[in-house]
Each structure stands twice: as C-alpha cells, then as structure tokens.
Design a protein. Structure first.
Length: 314
C-alpha cells in the first residue's frame, strides 16, 4: 500500500551555533560515535523477513531504497555512508546530493551492484521484494517492512542503528522523538473538546483520504484529533458529496503537486457551505512530514496538533 501512496503524496536536525567549549564537546561526542561503530565486532541482525544477515564489520557504504529509512540513517549519524538513495530523498538537505538509484517503486539494480554497497536497506509491503538480483551479486539486503504504527517506526530505528553499529545513537533518537510527542500531548492536555479533521491526500476529481490502520491515523491519534473518515480503513476513495454531507469543521490537505491546494478545495462546486470553508479552516500540511514513517514523526504530531489546537501553543 505504501508504494501506491506515492501517486497521491509528494513522495532532522537543526544546525546550532555553539561556543568554543560546546564545539569541543560536540567533537568529542562525534568521535565517540565513530569509535562505537569501528569497535563493533562481527554481528548478526534479523530483518523483518526473519532473514539473518551477518556483518564482519560495520558497513562503510549503504544504499537506501525508501526516504523514511534514509532519514533514519542521517538521524543516527550514518548519513555520510549513504551512496545511493531515491528520487524523493530530500531530507536532510545533504540527502538530495546522494546519487539516485530508485524512484521508490523500481530501483536500478545494475547501478547498485556497480556501487558495491556493504548493505542495502530495502523495504517490503508484504509482497515479493524483488531483491534477488542484488543478493545474487553478493550484496546484503536488509529488508524493513512498511511501518503502520509509531512502534513500527521505533523498531525500524532500532534495527537500522544495529545494522550500522550505532545502537546507542538509535536509542537516543527514539527517546528524543518520544519526548517531543509527550511535550505536544502536555500542551493539548487541557483541550476541553476533541476536534475532528478531514484529512485529504489526493484532490478532486479522485479524492482520497486516510482511515484506520494507516500511518496518518497514528499521527491523528497521538495529536488527539478525530478523523472525519475514521470509520473507514486504509486510504479510501471518497466522493465530494460524502465530504459535503459530513460537513467537516477543519480540513487539512497534504497535496503539494498542484499550484494552490487550499484554493482548489475552497473553490469546489457545492463546498462553499462546508463549515471549514466558511470559517477559513482549510490548511496545508507538509506531505513529507506526514507521510514518512521515520524520525520526524514527532514533528508530524506537533504539526497536526498546532494546526487543530493553535490556542494550546500560544
């Protein structure tokens, strides 16, 4: 299902200026992280297909075949080892400079083999992975299943950090995400009325939204927001008439491939009487942040919460 989302979705760390003393501390931490990876002995890690991969030493080069895993690699401090990525890898900024070897649906096996990476971080949506050619060439492929929950994301971070010999850094990243989400939830704890949101991921005439058992639903749950179409599952196609009938008070769109997605929604025939449009409660949410099951899930929760409950963050 995740692959199909790229049709509908435009498929971090903040730089700080520190004093000299703080800079020394940062350099020491970076050295410790490098030493942790270099001192790692031979080890075995099991991927999501229950396949055991043994590494004689920590991988020095890696190819990532989905943006969320690329973000994880950078967040745990292994970004400088990424030698191949997808057309959609744009975060952090350095990822945009990595050679493109995949469009996130199909990958260039010949080029990946030429790059001779120590490991490929692949992904699976439950069907055949298609990595046979890479494995036949002697390339280790560590497969991560598409995450459907935040717990899945934490598991992905743990697995990838273990593959890269950076377990401690992976734990730090997970803890930081959880603390960010807890901070958001503390802000909205005083909200008296839980609000409902219509979440649009593909515009008219083929309108798609998100329902239960999706990653976006996880974001809404953690932000204490009701899903207008939470009675449905997956990413259902819905009619304009059904949206009008349900009369959302707040509308959020992640559509980034048309010129003005908010104006497009407001100008739809028959939608002018929808409460969200009458009260100017139509918002754009960054599609990358709200669709990628990676280290920015805390940002996604915060983004939704601030959109729906802005008064709680004043």
């Amino acid at each position: 299902m995740k692959i199909s989302l790229f049709k509908y979705l435009s498929i971090g760390a903040v730089a700080l200026t520190l004093g000299a003393c703080q800079s020394d501390t940062s350099q020491t931490a970076d050295t410790d992280t490098a030493d942790e990876a270099e001192e790692q002995a031979s080890y075995t890690v099991t991927d999501d297909l229950d396949k055991e991969l043994t590494f004689e030493e920590v991988p020095a080069t890696v190819v990532s075949l989905i943006p969320s895993n690329t973000e994880i690699l950078y967040e745990i401090g292994a970004g400088d080892k990424v030698v191949g990525a997808t057309d959609y890898d744009n975060y952090p900024a350095e990822a945009a400079e990595v050679e493109r070897v995949s469009d996130s649906v199909a990958f260039n096996a010949e080029r990946i083999i030429e790059l001779e990476p120590d490991v490929v971080i692949g992904y699976s949506t439950g069907g055949p992975t298609g990595y046979d050619e890479l494995e036949a060439a002697g390339i280790q492929v560590f497969v991560i299943e598409s995450a459907e929950s935040f717990e899945d994301v934490y598991g992905d971070i743990e697995q990838i950090s273990t593959v890269m010999g950076l377990e401690d850094k992976g734990e730090e990243v997970i803890e930081a995400i959880q603390q960010q989400i807890e901070g958001v939830q503390e802000n909205i704890a005083t909200v008296e009325e839980k609000k409902q949101l219509y979440f649009e991921i593909s515009p008219s005439p083929e309108i798609y939204t998100t329902g239960q058992k999706t990653f976006q639903q996880e974001i809404l749950n953690h932000a204490n927001v009701d899903n207008l179409f939470g009675d449905l599952e997956g990413w259902p196609q819905i009619s304009e008439e059904e949206v009008i009938k349900r009369n959302p008070k707040i509308i959020a769109t992640t559509v980034s491939y048309i010129e003005d997605p908010i104006d497009e929604i407001k100008s739809r025939e028959g939608w002018k009487d929808i409460e969200a449009i009458q009260n100017d409660q139509v918002f754009f949410l960054d599609s990358d942040i709200t669709s990628r099951p990676g280290p920015r899930i805390g940002d996604a929760v915060e983004l939704v919460a601030k959109t729906v409950y802005p008064e709680a963050f004043e």
